[in-house]
Structure formats: C-alpha cells, structure tokens
Design a protein around this ligand. Sequence first.
Ligand SMILES: Cc1cc2nc3c(=O)[nH]c(=O)nc-3n(C[C@H](O)[C@H](O)[C@H](O)COP(=O)(O)O)c2cc1C
Length: 592
Amino acid sequence: MTRLPRYVGTALPSVKPAAPPRTSPAGSDLSAEQIVMAYHERTKHHYHRYAASVGYMDWATQPDPFRRYEGASLVRLPFSERGEALPYWQLYVTDSMAPAPLSVDSISLFLRYALSLTAWKRVHETTWSLRANPSSGNLHPTEGYVLLPALGAIHDRPGVYHYAPKEHGLERRADVDPSVWSALMAAFPEGSFLVGLSSILWREAWKYGERAFRYCQHDVGHGLGSLRFAAAALGWKLFLLDRVDVTSQLLGLDRDTDYADAEREHPELLALVVRGDWASDRGICLSKAVVSQEAASRWYGTANVLSPEHGVDWPVIDEVAAATTNPTTAIDEDFSTLPSEGELFEPPVRSGAFTAERVILGRRSAVSMDASTAISAATFFRMLARLVPTRDGRSLPWDAIPWRPRIHLGLFVHRVDDISPGLYALVRDPEKVEPLRQATGREFLWRRPPSCPRGLPLYLLKEGDCRALAASVSCGQDIAGDGAFSLGMIADYIDSIVTCGAAFYRNLFWEAGLVGQVLYLEAEEAGIRSTGIGCYFDDPVHEVFGISSRDWQSFYHFTVGGPVEDKRLTTLPAYKLEKIDERIKGKHWIER
Ligand SMILES: Cc1cc2nc3c(=O)[nH]c(=O)nc-3n(C[C@H](O)[C@H](O)[C@H](O)COP(=O)(O)O)c2cc1C
C-alpha cells in the first residue's frame, strides 16, 4: 500500500492531542442539535490541546484509498477529447454552450473532471495519486456513484454504478428495472441522471481522530463543487436533491451482506444532473416508494476491506453522523436580494488565461507559498465575487444548492496591490452585514476598500500586518501567512442549526467546501495556487475577529498565493499506467 509522505496533506498536530476518550460524552437523552454542538466543541483545536486523535500515523492500518466491489463488472471509460477547447471563464456564462448529449463519452468526461485521478506523484520509492477533487490529508474518504439510464457502451439497461477512480471505470453495482427507472426519473427531463456521494469516515478518522467528521464533510463539499463544475463543462446543470434518507437504499449502502468485514460507507448526498435549461422548484426529492423498488434490484459485488484492522474507534463520529442524518433539507430560499452579476463584476469576465480542462485537471494544493507573490486588486475582487451567489440564482456553483449563503469570510490580506494589508470581511449575504457587525469587534472599521465593485460585500475591518497572526491561528502553518491572502470561513452556525435542523451541520461544511473549490479553481486561472486548511485553532480565530458568542463559528480556512513547487517530487500521468510500470517497476501503485 502507498504511504503518504508526512508533508503531504493536512497538518498533523505538533502538540500532543487529547488522548482518545474511553467513553462518548453524548448520552441518549441529548437532542440531535445538542449532539452536534457537543461534537463541534470537543473537536476544536486549542493552542494547548488538539482534538482527540491517536497523534501518530499507524502505517500498518493505513486505509486503502481505492474502494472496489469485487464481483461487480467494471466498464473502463474512454478518454474523450471533447472538453479541451472550452475556456474556463465560459463555465460561468449561463447557457453559453449547447448541452452535450448523454453518452459514454460525456459521462466519462463528467467523471474525469469531477472525481478522477489527475496525476501520480513520486518521491524516492513512494508514490501517491492526486484527484480532481481535493481531500484533507489526501485520504479521499468520498466515494462517487452514478445512476444511469441504459446507455450504449455502458449497459443495455439502467443501473447503479460505483466510480473507480484508479481505473477511471464504472463498477456495475445493480441493474435497475426500466419501469422502475422511468418512475424514479418521471419528474425530471429526458436524459437526466443521478449522482451520489458517500463517505468512508474511517479513512479520515485513521489519521485525524474525532475531528475527521468535519474533514469528511469538507471533502463532500469539494466533491459537490467538482461535480457541479464538471457538469458545467458539458453544458449540464446539477441540483442537490432533498430527501437524503433514500441515499443509502439507492446506492446500496444499506446492504449488510455486501460489506461483511469491509468499512461501511456513510450516505452523504444525491444530486440530479439535467441537460439543458430546467427551471426546477427547489427542494426536489425522489419518491420513497420507487426507491424501495429500486433497492429490490439485482445487486453485484462485495466491498473490499480497506484496513486490516482499526486501532481506535471514535464513537462521537458515529453519533454526530447519526444526529445529522435527516430526511430533508426542506429549504427553498429567495435569492432576489443578492447582488446581480453586473454589480459583482465590473465589467463581467469574458476572457481568461486557461481552458476549463487545464484549470480543473491542473488544480493542485500549494504545499508552501513563496512569501512574495502579490496579486492585483482586480484579481482579488474577481476571486471574491465568484464566491457570492447572484440574485438570479443561476451563478456557478451556487445554483446547485437551495439555501442563501451561511458562510462568510474573515480575511487576512497580505499581498494585494493597492489594497492595505489587514483584516477584512466578505459578507456573502449582504443581509448579514449588520448581524456580523454586531457580532464582531467593536473597533472594526467596516470600510469599503477603494475601487471595490459596488455589489461586492467586502469590508476593511482593521489595517495591519497579519501574516504571523494568520499562520499562528492556522496551527502554525506558514502557508497561511506566506500567500497573498488567507481566510477563515465564519459560519452562521447556531441560527442555521436552529432554523434548518441538526443535519444542516453538514450543509455548512459543504458550503465551506464549495467556497474552497471555487478558490482552488480561481487560483489556477490566476496562475497562482491555493490550499484548504482544516487545521486551525477555532476559538483563537474567533478572538481575532472579536467574536465572543457561539453563534458564529469558523468552519474552514484557506490560503491563496504564489506557490513554491517541491522539486523533489516527480509528476507522472494519471492513467498511462502500463508505460510507467515498465519504467519504474514500482510496487507501490501497480493494480492489485
Ligand atoms: C478539507 C481539507 C483540509 C485541508 N487541510 C490542509 C491543511 O491544514 N494543511 C495543508 O497543508 N493542506 C491541507 N489540505 C490540502 C490537502 O492536503 C490536499 O488537498 C491533498 O494533499 C491533495 O492534494 P491536491 O489538493 O493537490 O489534490 C486540505 C484539503 C482539504 C480538502
């Protein structure tokens, strides 16, 4: 099995983490909301104590990053050329391209852009893969599924498929009766299909212990973003579905016999992919009765075991997972008071540096930043404007989710031309400016930066050099201070949980992951890089922004800037396996 070098991935605490607890704190009489809040508190990192984890890498139990279903037939997908010429900026221009027909080629490209491998990296004898979707610690807890109609080279009847990224192939998990498929998809346009994500929580818990549930949810958010951008590259739309209680059944995750000793997959989300312009009511769901019929289909394959054994169990992860598994999101919010595209981008972006393919498949995390590259104010404003949904509800990737922004940014600006270094706030929902002003430090200026587009809700809070501060609250990671800017994502936490229910805890992380995915792609387009930062000191971040109430909580960090390439690493292509096997005869990543 491939070992990840220590410097790859989310930082492991350098201070001793809390010892694994013997018992879970959550009693059965706690409400789902209380379980969520208790989990969030106990998984905070503090300067003096990190969230509980084993605190070292137990290489003997390192989970296999590739799930396979033995006994399920594998269809290898072709490598299509179709997307190569599409400029990245055009992804954002609604309805600017004809939707691709549903075919094996378009499904292949969709999955390639969303979840495939994008490179292998090697240093000395160690090799590991990277994917289109980023992952905390590169552990990739997220598994992808598609539910497709009968489709030429794939199968002569509808089916449920697990995506195998190493092979860029589809494992056929179930045949679906054509009449059941028609009933399942009856409310949606012809040629629509479904995509699902699950998490193998153990993959993250292996390294990160109790905080791992948070990281799994970030990864799902990134995955949702990468699916949305992949769909856009084909001219397709993607909508998060409501009624998540059917996800397990639909994807076969509840089939005990198919997992035996293998690690279970936790249902996360289902999304509908439609070709063309389909104005849906938000809060779309599937018929539970029909899903039950689908579950009665013929299923194939048994899941592989990912670790020979599991050292420590983390019961709070199971508890918070159970407390946040909820039948509905039941949200359909009005976007009409958000800014228009014309107010956010002055002028609208109609040119750019790279193709969509180059940006999506070239996306990488910076391992370190150069502490010198500055970006222009125009680039800075454009990146931030991409994070604000437009009032028509159609801007990418925000059209995939039915709720108004609940994640706002507390920015540490270091190197942006013509913009004073200091602390800033991007209030992604302008209606939250006043509540945030009330919740944050009294001394803050709340002043609009010069030449900021009029619809961009960006405010200077305090001028000053905050490079050391940014690194310090990001678990001492220099990348947070050495870039052009970094940020904490401040969630409208308690109000969201109270209004939308405990399950919305996940949605907050998904939204944070979506913000991160946009930043990753925008940084590529700008010729720089970014990195998600899951390791940060929660309450010290709140202190920086003068937040004393639990209402607002930091959910994720990010940094954007000029990267320093690690010259020790060799990059190998994602899929030309035979040739590379010949050359390096490495035993690490040859198919088993
Ligand atoms: C949720 C999340 C948290 C992350 N946290 C950190 C972090 O704290 N420090 C870091 O250096 N990288 C962090 N990363 C970057 C990952 O290590 C990186 O995505 C992974 O190694 C895969 O590399 P790639 O993004 O180039 O594909 C994080 C990524 C994600 C998605």
